[in-house]
Structure formats: C-alpha cells, structure tokens
Design a binder for this molecule. Structure first.
Ligand SMILES: NC(=O)c1ccc[n+]([C@@H]2O[C@H](COP(=O)([O-])OP(=O)(O)OC[C@H]3O[C@@H](n4cnc5c(N)ncnc54)[C@H](OP(=O)(O)O)[C@@H]3O)[C@@H](O)[C@H]2O)c1
Length: 214
C-alpha cells in the first residue's frame, strides 16, 4: 500500500517507519523541519520518502492522521483534496494544555472528523497505544501470542485497511464496533496515556493493559 503520514512526530514517525519496514510505500509529512522528515525517511529505508501533506495524500491508499488536535485544520488544509481516501485517525482530541479531551462522552474525535472530511473514509486506530511499545511489538510479531489493538468506524473498506495495518505492525486487530464506540475508546486511550506517561514503567504497564483478557 501507499501510506501518507500526516504528522510525523512520536506516533506518526514510528508507525511510518514500521509500515515501510513491513513493505509499504510511505511518505512522511507534516513536521516543523523538512530535515527531520528526510532523516525519518532515510532511517525507515528504501520504501520511505519525505514530502508535503499534499504529496503524502496523492495516490495514498491510507492517510495516518497523527497530529495534536489543534493542528487538524492546518494539516487537512495542506493535504488538499482527500475525497475517497481512507483516513486512519490516531489523534486524540486533547485541549491546548493537554489536560483533557476537548470532545468526549456525547461525541468523539472520530465522529467530529467524519463531519469535517465528509468525502473521506474515516476509521480510528493506533490511538490507544503508547508509541514507545511499537518497535518491541513489531520485533515480536512472529510470536503466536500477539497483543491486541482495537479499531472502530463505520466504513467497511477503511476498517479492513486499518485491520491490515494493525496486523502488519505486530498486533492482533480487534474490531470494537461502529464510529460512536470511539467515545469510549478515546477515553480509554487517555487512561492508557496517563498510565504510560505519568506512572513508573508506564509503557510496559500500558502494553500489558492492551493484552488484558488474553
Ligand atoms: N505519542 C503517542 O504515544 C500517542 C499515542 C496515542 C495517540 N497519540 C495522539 O497522536 C497525535 C500525535 O501525537 P504525537 O505524540 O506523535 O505528537 P508529536 O510528536 O508532537 O507529533 C505531531 C507532529 O505534528 C507536527 N507539527 C506540530 N505543529 C506543527 C506545525 N505548526 N507545522 C508543521 N508540523 C507541525 C510535529 O512537528 P515537530 O516534530 O517539528 O514537532 C510532529 O511531527 C496526538 O493527537 C496524540 O494525542 C499519540
């Protein structure tokens, strides 16, 4: 697949690197430094390149949205026409000072995004996983007991594609249901982030949390 990364920071940078290593063509975009994007692409290998959001969106089968919620309008504006594209939303609707979700309970980031990009196919995935665990999970992908990762959405094609990408980076995809389930998943993701970044040994604990019930 050709995958455009919109937001090549902690999460987008690592996901793009792993997609490239898994054999997909990746375009990293949206960082404040073009040099950082080029460095990311070099480290990710021959399948990766750096570009603008519009270049990332062009011919992409999937767009990975991994920006702070406050950057949403800017990155989408730069991406241009994304009609028909699958957008995998990894972003959480954090407010400006990252203390709480700006949208929650009665709606979700995924549902809000669907209203903004009405002609794209939106799905939520990767927003519950601390980026720190991604490389370790990928390295252990050939083991039978993979950690689970939830995704949700209303678009069938988008969901099938998200499940493939989740599998490709070493997780077992779990379909959590329609888009409105994002209301609960995004709250859950905030809890995981709390565990990951505010507790001792957080990412390991969050990683175990992903495997709860196995
Ligand atoms: N990190 C995680 O483990 C994790 C886990 C689950 C969900 N999420 C969600 O994923 C989203 C991204 O998180 P993150 O941790 O990856 O954030 P991040 O490291 O800050 O990445 C965001 C990207 O946006 C770029 N950016 C910000 N302002 C910009 C501007 N004015 N112009 C151009 N580029 C700009 C950043 O560029 P620079 O690199 O130059 O700063 C960076 O590449 C958030 O919504 C977060 O809640 C993250």
């Amino acid at each position: 697949m050709r995958i455009g990364i919109l937001g090549s920071g902690l999460l987008g940078g690592k996901l793009g690197t792993l997609f490239a290593r898994a054999g997909h063509e990746v375009v990293f975009s949206y960082a404040r430094s073009q040099e950082a994007l080029k460095r990311l692409a070099r480290n990710a290998g021959a399948n990766a390149q750096a570009g603008t959001p519009a270049e990332a969106a062009r011919h992409a089968q999937a767009l990975i949205l991994a920006v702070h919620w406050s950057r949403l309008a800017d990155v989408l504006g730069q991406a241009g026409d994304i009609s028909g594209n699958v957008i995998v939303n990894c972003s959480l609707t954090m407010n400006a000072d990252n203390t709480e979700l700006a949208i929650a309970h009665t709606s979700s980031g995924l549902e809000a995004l669907a209203k903004i990009v009405t002609k794209a196919r939106v799905v939520a995935a990767f927003n519950t996983v601390p980026s720190e665990v991604l490389f370790g999970v990928y390295e252990r992908r050939r083991r039978a007991n993979r950690p689970s990762l939830v995704y949700c959405g209303d678009d069938k094609r988008g969901k099938a594609l998200a499940a493939t990408l989740i599998r490709d980076v070493g997780f077992n995809p779990v379909d959590a249901g329609p888009a409105r389930i994002a209301r609960y998943i995004e709250l859950f993701a905030l809890l995981v982030a709390q565990l990951a970044y505010e507790g001792k040994g957080g990412p390991e604990l969050a990683y175990r949390f992903e495997r709860f019930g196995k």
